[in-house]
Design a protein around this ligand. Structure first.
Ligand code: UD1
Length: 338
């Protein structure tokens, strides 16, 4: 297939582009580098074994996106491009709604105009809101606790409505749990531009000596060791889930599909800290502090629908996730070269 990947230079996008190209798809990337680096694309091309065509503009620019769709004759779009920081979304809600909704609207509008049928959308387990029971199934109602989360809920709704009015569309909503890890080569990985918000990149920066210690946000949750439990999924497994979703929606007639991409296993903050210490051979100093507002005790997937319908399952362990994150972090202590 000819596939356009928006946000293809970003963390999950870059890993997915490599896998799509290696599976024989003709991939193009559009990315404005608002939260990624051009040097990531050079490495993506190196790992893909060929030059990945790249256009650098904001996907919300419907004129430029239309022009690209017109020229590209794509069969599918994998749409990652979005802002993703929860705290920042509370401070800049209007920017988040404009960017994240504007991008999806531009994508789906130009897909309809240029008859591109298949869309894989980057959603999140954040759409299960605050009080969802675990393991989480796709049937749960959606809601959110912050503007970032609402942009995912609203984008899902936009796409649900779009497939009703445009029956030629085939859409997959992929709800990611907690993506971590990196390509086993250590050439591409997660490169937060500021202080990391998420646990794994923070841990990695402590282990490599860039930060002094980890703050553990609460140890009085109703979980086995009191710290938050999450479903960490290796980014290589996650990327493979996109390929499986694309295969499935192009071979079946269902207009809209929703799949959780997780392992189904929960890991606590302290379990991840200790796994990372073993993988890196370095101590990770930490201090328990107050809970982070908005955090839930436990979040993990029921991944059985994706297993059944996609024939996909996550195969990499927490040890693999830590070892691959560490390889990337050690080889690139300051992230990508500017
Ligand atoms: C967060 C977002 C979620 C988003 C996801 C993207 C919040 C409330 N949720 O999920 O909307 O889709 O990232 O990957 O921000 N922790 C620490 N110390 C740290 C960082 C995290 O103890 O410095 C703990 C958290 O309390 C949590 C666990 O580690 O228990 C995982 O946190 P994080 O990596 O930020 O992911 P989520 O909160 O699950």
């Amino acid at each position: 297939m000819r596939v356009l990947v928006t946000g293809g230079a970003g963390y999950i996008g870059s890993h997915t582009v490599v896998q799509l190209a290696r599976a024989g798809h003709e991939v193009s990337v559009v990315d404005d580098f608002s939260n990624s680096r051009p040097s990531a694309m050079a490495r993506v091309s190196e790992l893909a074994g060929r030059d990945i065509p790249l256009e650098s503009f904001d996907v919300g620019d419907v004129e430029r996106l239309g022009d690209l769709m017109d020229r590209g004759r794509f069969d599918a779009v994998v749409h990652f491009a979005a802002y993703k920081a929860v705290g920042e979304s509370v401070e800049r809600p209007i920017a988040y709604y404009r960017n994240n909704l504007g991008a999806t609207l531009a994508v789906v509008e130009t897909m309809v105009r240029y008859a591109v049928p298949h869309l894989v959308f980057s959603s999140s387990a954040t759409v299960y809101g605050a009080d969802a029971p675990v393991p989480m199934t796709e049937q749960l109602p959606t809601s959110a606790t912050n503007p970032y989360g609402w942009t995912k809920v609203m984008n899902e709704q936009i796409l649900r409505d779009a497939v009703v009015a445009h029956p030629e569309l085939r859409v997959a909503l992929l709800r990611y749990f907690n993506p971590v890890g990196s390509h086993p080569s250590g050439r591409i990985g997660e490169d937060p531009s500021d202080v990391p918000n998420n646990l794994m990149p923070y841990l990695a920066q402590v282990a490599v000596g860039r930060r002094e210690k980890l703050s553990v946000f609460g140890d009085d949750y109703d979980t086995p060791d009191g710290t938050g439990v999450r479903d960490y999924i290796h980014v290589e497994d996650l990327a493979a889930g996109h390929l499986a979703a694309l295969d499935r929606i192009s071979a079946h007639d269902r207009p809209l599909s929703v799949w959780n991409l997780g392992t189904g296993r929960g890991t606590s903050v302290l379990e991840l800290v200790h796994a990372f210490e073993r993988a890196s051979g370095r101590p990770v100093p930490y201090e328990v502090v107050d809970r982070r507002p908005g955090d839930v005790a436990a979040s993990y997937a029921d991944p059985t629908l994706a297993e059944r319908e996609l024939g996909w399952r996550a195969t990499r362990s927490v040890e693999d996730m830590c070892a691959d994150t560490w390889r990337w972090q050690q080889a690139n202590p300051d992230g990508y070269p500017v």
